[in-house]
Design a protein around this ligand. Structure first.
Ligand SMILES: *[C@@H]1O[C@H](CO)[C@@H](O)[C@H](O)[C@H]1NC(C)=O
Ligand SMILES: *[C@@H]1O[C@H](CO)[C@@H](O)[C@H](O)[C@H]1NC(C)=O
Ligand SMILES: *[C@@H]1O[C@H](CO)[C@@H](O)[C@H](O)[C@H]1NC(C)=O
Ligand SMILES: *[C@@H]1O[C@H](CO)[C@@H](O)[C@H](O)[C@H]1NC(C)=O
Ligand SMILES: *[C@@H]1O[C@H](CO)[C@@H](O)[C@H](O)[C@H]1NC(C)=O
Ligand SMILES: *[C@@H]1O[C@H](CO)[C@@H](O)[C@H](O)[C@H]1NC(C)=O
Ligand SMILES: *[C@@H]1O[C@H](CO)[C@@H](O)[C@H](O)[C@H]1NC(C)=O
Ligand SMILES: *[C@@H]1O[C@H](CO)[C@@H](O)[C@H](O)[C@H]1NC(C)=O
Length: 449
């Protein structure tokens, strides 16, 4: 009896662990103490089988924090490493000095703090300076296979520049390339085989746009003409570019796009969107394809999409007499979508199968309240832009939870996740409605993971 029981126990434990090892784009992971991870605009280094994530506490003080993880899912908070209002901090090691360094933007200059230990304490190493005399903003860092480190940044708010750092990572040796007049920000670089890729977003402050990518065989160029990194119209899945994490596994090297989904109303509530990239070996085309949830085996480098069960919105029940209705939608699942869902008329999906534990549920919606297409900071509608619909979700009649749904684009179905504690069996029902007297996002379908 006993061995059988323990076998069952260990099996169910491993199932549980697998369920918890998901990366869910559009969420804020909790650290091992149960607190929200605050590491925006940051970067990750992989040392001694541990991932170290440095980032900043946006919306308060831009303090620099470091988290560590063995698997990119379980994160331990090591606290504030440096407190000098650094934005977009990145970590880099110098073999010549044996020191770890946090580099980032302070004002319009580069700030560098050093430590003999990756987990600090860090102290300022140089007086912040302007590389080659330019106004320095939006900084990214890339370390090449040969140990040379490069920064990519917005120079004078107009040109992206790639410059090589000195071996001690305290000064610059030379400019490698300048992307003239493209006004890009949030830049990052990765390398796949012998090809370098550089990305950036357009200058629309915290509003999201269609980010672009270039490739080259040498950091000095020639660089390709830009193309979009995600399907046009998704505004890079409503994120801004920030960093590329390369996971060199035994079977595969996987590059992960790390973006920030900025929440304008409360910037500290911004979420993280990490998506694995596909790199076409022949064309060098790069795409960040949406995944509701996935896991990555950091040993093999393989990405495994999570398996879920789909429920179509048009199969749900609308409040009788309400204004919601099923509309035709060529780009939607089943070519149908439920629209005009106001607080007076909700949509309920019944017979949802649950496991009796918290599960991720993704809501696939369209919200075309905002702009159709890309935008410029000078756009007159910038100030009045409505960026989200405010939906509520109630599981089995419980207190409704808030589900913000940023504007998408005509025909573009986007997805936002919510964790719900479904009861075991097929008796769950999810009621989808709008907050106050607003209108909920048009619902295409949900997927329960
Ligand atoms: C990684 O391991 C080496 C060898 O044990 C050690 O010298 C180094 O300090 C470690 N680095 C970090 C960041 O833990
Ligand atoms: C950077 O920009 C500010 C304001 O736009 C300006 O006052 C300053 O002179 C600029 N600095 C450099 C180094 O270009
Ligand atoms: C990149 O170009 C520079 C000169 O522009 C050259 O010195 C260097 O060898 C090139 N690197 C590679 C990997 O081809
Ligand atoms: C931000 O998050 C806090 C804590 O979860 C929440 O109370 C607040 O309503 C959120 N603000 C917005 C605008 O979403
Ligand atoms: C949408 O709902 C509102 C009430 O919330 C109603 O006045 C309007 O007629 C509805 N639109 C359509 C096309 O049914
Ligand atoms: C929704 O219902 C409330 C109260 O029943 C009513 O006052 C309001 O006019 C309704 N709104 C719409 C848009 O039908
Ligand atoms: C949703 O809530 C935000 C923040 O409260 C607000 O700015 C926005 O106008 C709301 N959206 C709609 C469609 O009412
Ligand atoms: C989820 O619900 C089950 C009962 O269905 C309960 O035993 C469990 O404690 C709940 N878990 C959380 C995290 O709320």
């Amino acid at each position: 009896m006993l061995p059988l029981f323990s076998l069952f126990f260990s099996l169910s434990l491993s199932v549980l662990c697998t369920a918890q090892k998901l990366i869910v784009p559009g969420t804020v992971p909790l650290d091992t103490a149960g607190n929200a991870v605050t590491a925006h605009g940051g970067g990750i280094v992989h040392v001694n089988n541990t991932f170290y994530w440095v980032g900043s506490a946006v919306g308060c003080c831009d303090d620099t924090l470091i988290y560590s993880s063995p698997d990119l899912v379980t994160w331990t908070n090591h606290g504030v490493m440096y407190s000098n209002g650094v934005s977009r901090p990145k970590l880099v090691f110098s073999q010549t000095t044996g020191k770890w360094q946090i580099l980032g933007q302070v004002g319009r200059q580069l700030d560098i703090a050093s430590s003999t230990n990756i987990l600090g304490p860090y102290t300022q190493a140089v007086t912040p300076f302007s590389p080659f005399g330019v106004n320095f903003t939006d900084f990214g860092l890339f370390e090449d296979d040969d140990g040379q480190a490069y920064t990519i940044y917005s120079a004078d708010h107009n040109n992206l520049v790639i410059s090589q750092l000195s071996a001690d990572r305290l000064s610059y040796t030379k400019v490698m390339h300048q992307f003239n007049g493209n006004g890009l920000e949030g830049p990052a670089i990765f390398k796949d085989g012998n090809t370098y890729f550089a990305m950036g977003s357009h200058k629309t402050a915290y509003l999201l746009n269609n980010n672009v990518i270039y490739s080259a065989q040498n950091l000095t160029g020639p660089w390709s003409v830009q193309s979009y990194i995600a399907p046009f119209g998704t505004r890079t899945w409503n994120t801004q570019s920030g960093f590329f994490l390369t996971v060199k596994g035994l079977l595969k090297t996987t590059h992960i796009y790390m973006g920030d989904r900025w929440q304008l109303q409360a910037i500290q509530n911004s979420t993280y969107v990490w998506l694995p990239l596909t790199v076409d070996a022949v064309t060098k085309g790069v795409q960040a394809t949406w995944q509701d949830a996935y896991s990555i085996d950091v040993k093999t480098g393989l990405v495994l999409p999570a398996l879920g069960t789909k429920y179509e919105a048009e199969r749900g029940i609308m409040t009788p007499g309400a204004a919601a209705y099923v509309a035709t939608c060529p780009t939607c699942s089943g070519n149908k979508i439920v629209t005009n869902i106001s607080a007076n008329g909700s949509l309920t999906i019944n017979n949802i199968v649950g496991r009796g534990q918290p599960q991720w549920v993704s809501f696939h919606y369209i919200n075309t309240d905002g702009l159709f297409g890309d935008l410029e900071l000078t756009d007159p509608v910038y100030a009045s832009l409505t960026i989200q619909r405010n939906t509520t979700v109630s599981l089995n009649g419980a207190t409704p939870l808030f589900l913000p749904q940023m504007d998408s684009n005509a025909g573009i179905v986007m997805s936002v996740p919510l964790q719900l504690n479904l009861t075991r069996g097929r008796a769950n029902s999810i009621t989808y409605s709008a907050l106050d007297h607003q209108v909920a996002g048009d619902l295409d379908y949900i997927v329960v993971y």
